[in-house]
Design a protein around this ligand. Structure first.
Ligand SMILES: Cc1cc2nc3c(=O)[nH]c(=O)nc-3n(C[C@H](O)[C@H](O)[C@H](O)COP(=O)(O)OP(=O)(O)OC[C@H]3O[C@@H](n4cnc5c(N)ncnc54)[C@H](O)[C@@H]3O)c2cc1C
Length: 479
């Protein structure tokens, strides 16, 4: 019998992979993390342009206060202390601006403050608003408390939906389109619209922000640094710059080893995959998963992708986030609208000096059909011109409709759905992996292949909190 070199191999060194590795290493496992990028968590680390750091996958976080779910999980992982000095609470976490009709609202953190400010802005809808917020809070609290109490055994709280879409719940409480648009505007943060997402899922994400929102000074880089230090202390091996290519099973169909792109073979007792589930399908031998399971994974829809402008704004006062939308139009399939009519999410990397501003405009691979032919990152002629044209249109929108806040925008770089497909290893460039729609059966951490587990944003929810919860959940399944 072959002697395993590792107890656990974690595929993917993002938020979830790093947390899974730490949880296993703290339990005494010999752990290796395999990350295909040359550095850990490319999603979180961001990049620099013209001396300005651009955050990518962590602009703000939630539930970080006293008794918060995120702070408790980070504490349990032993990384809270390293991050605590970097945390800066946000009183206003999002500003929403509609143009037609003109309306602006600032989302305050804290249930009481949010309820009061909403009721002040929509006095005729105050009762409905209170009931809606009450439902969101109850669904979020049920999940937070159950997870704090018994981690993985709180599956029910995460995966039981009470059967309504977010839009059905909103329509039940208000017929005011502006209020409806406001309550569903945050779908842009998880890439699914209000007619597809369940009220439960929305509450699990947005309830955590309504409870408390913060930025981490130093952004995603600070997060990764804290995890990397903890992992090195725990003796985990971090292998960057070569991806997992295939998964080997033994003659009884159990997980046996991971073959890397270098040809090296890592044998282990178990493997936790945190990559996009559709990519995993191609790595597992055809007899590993049942046909029905493969079909289910193939049928998951991708969250929205985007054209993102990275740059600097002239105003030193702009901080925080702005959702800018022509009209409150929750029903629309954003990538089907002209660029000028899609909502924009403008986010500054708050808290640190010389930080950039990102402008996220929902888009899909359908926006770039002529260039969707090369997966190696190279692009044919014409692509640059197309990118510049889209960027100019978006910058014009910013200057017309958010010039008072930004004071001008200096463009430093542009990413498109093709960039995200390659950068985030997301088959269709989705920013947040697969959609978690009301109609989808959730993915559980255990697979039919003994010793092969799933984790990451596909399992619980996107966001650093969702990805971290998935790691704890997966860890509780490991036998
Ligand atoms: C533009 C943007 C803004 C965001 N803003 C926020 C925010 O403000 N707050 C928030 O909470 N969340 C935010 N998110 C979401 C958050 O960043 C993600 O949900 C989270 O990082 C997902 O972590 P993960 O570990 O599940 O997945 P990933 O980060 O995707 O990790 C998977 C890793 O696997 C690697 N990989 C892929 N294939 C292989 C292979 N074959 N072998 C080895 N490694 C492989 C990838 O390189 C990747 O590093 C944002 C995301 C984006 C894209």
């Amino acid at each position: 019998m072959e002697l395993s070199k590792y107890d656990t191999i974690v595929i993917g060194g993002g938020v979830s992979g790093l947390a899974c590795a730490l949880l296993r290493a703290r339990k005494g496992d010999r752990v290796a993390v395999v990350e295909k990028s040359s550095r850990l968590s490319p999603t979180l680390c961001g990049f620099a342009r013209g001396g300005t750091h651009m955050d990518l996958g962590l602009h703000y976080a939630s539930s970080m206060g006293q008794g918060g779910l995120l702070s408790s999980l980070l504490d349990e992982l032993g990384v809270l202390e390293a991050l605590e000095a970097e945390i800066c609470v946000l009183d206003v976490f999002d500003r929403v601006r509609f143009l037609e009709p003109a309306f602006e609202f600032s989302f305050l953190q804290g249930w009481g403050a949010l309820r009061e400010s909403l009721c002040e802005a929509f006095p005729d809808d105050c009762r409905g608003l209170q009931s809606f917020l009450g439902e969101v809070r109850a669904l979020w609290e049920r999940c937070r408390i159950a997870f704090l109490r018994d981690r993985g055994r709180s599956l029910g709280a995460f995966f039981t939906s009470e059967g309504r879409t977010l839009q059905q719940a909103i329509d039940h409480y208000t017929s005011n389109p502006v209020l409806g648009g406001l309550l569903s505007a945050h779908g842009i943060l998880y890439g699914t619209n209000s007619r597809e997402t369940s009220l439960t899922f929305h509450s699990q994400i947005m309830g955590s922000y309504y409870e408390s929102a913060c930025v981490i000074r130093g952004g995603g880089k600070a997060w990764v640094k804290a995890f990397e230090a903890a992992l090195r202390d725990s003796g985990a091996e971090l292998i960057c710059g070569c991806g997992a290519k295939s998964i080997e099973l033994d003659n009884q169909g159990r997980f046996a080893a991971v073959e890397l792109s270098t040809g090296e073979r890592l044998a282990a007792n178990r493997c936790i995959s945190t990559i996009h589930p559709k990519l995993l399908l191609a790595m597992v031998p055809s007899n590993g998963f049942s046909a029905a399971y493969k079909r289910r994974i193939r049928e998951f829809e991708e969250t929205l992708s985007a054209v993102v402008l990275f740059g600097r704004c002239a105003s030193a006062d702009f901080s925080g986030n702005l959702i800018l939308a022509g009209a409150p139009n929750p029903d629309k399939n954003w990538p089907q609208l002209p660029i000028e009519e899609r909502p924009l999410f403008v986010t500054s990397s708050m808290g640190a000096s010389n930080q950039g501003v990102s402008v996220i405009c929902p888009a899909g691979l359908t926006d770039v059909p002529r260039w969707d032919c090369r997966a190696d990152g190279g692009r044919p002629d014409g692509y640059q011109d197309w990118k510049m044209e889209v960027a100019e249109r978006l910058v014009r929108r910013l200057s017309t409709h958010a010039g008072d806040l930004l004071g001008g925008f200096e463009l430093l770089d542009i990413a498109t759905p093709l960039t995200f497909r390659d950068w985030l290893s997301s088959p269709e460039g989705g920013l947040y992996g697969i959609k978690h729609r009301l109609v989808d059966l959730p993915l559980l951490p255990r697979t039919r292949v003994e010793g092969l587990y799933l984790s990451g944003q596909a399992v619980v929810a996107p966001g650093v909190l969702g990805a971290l919860c998935a790691s704890f959940l997966t860890d509780s399944f490991v036998v």
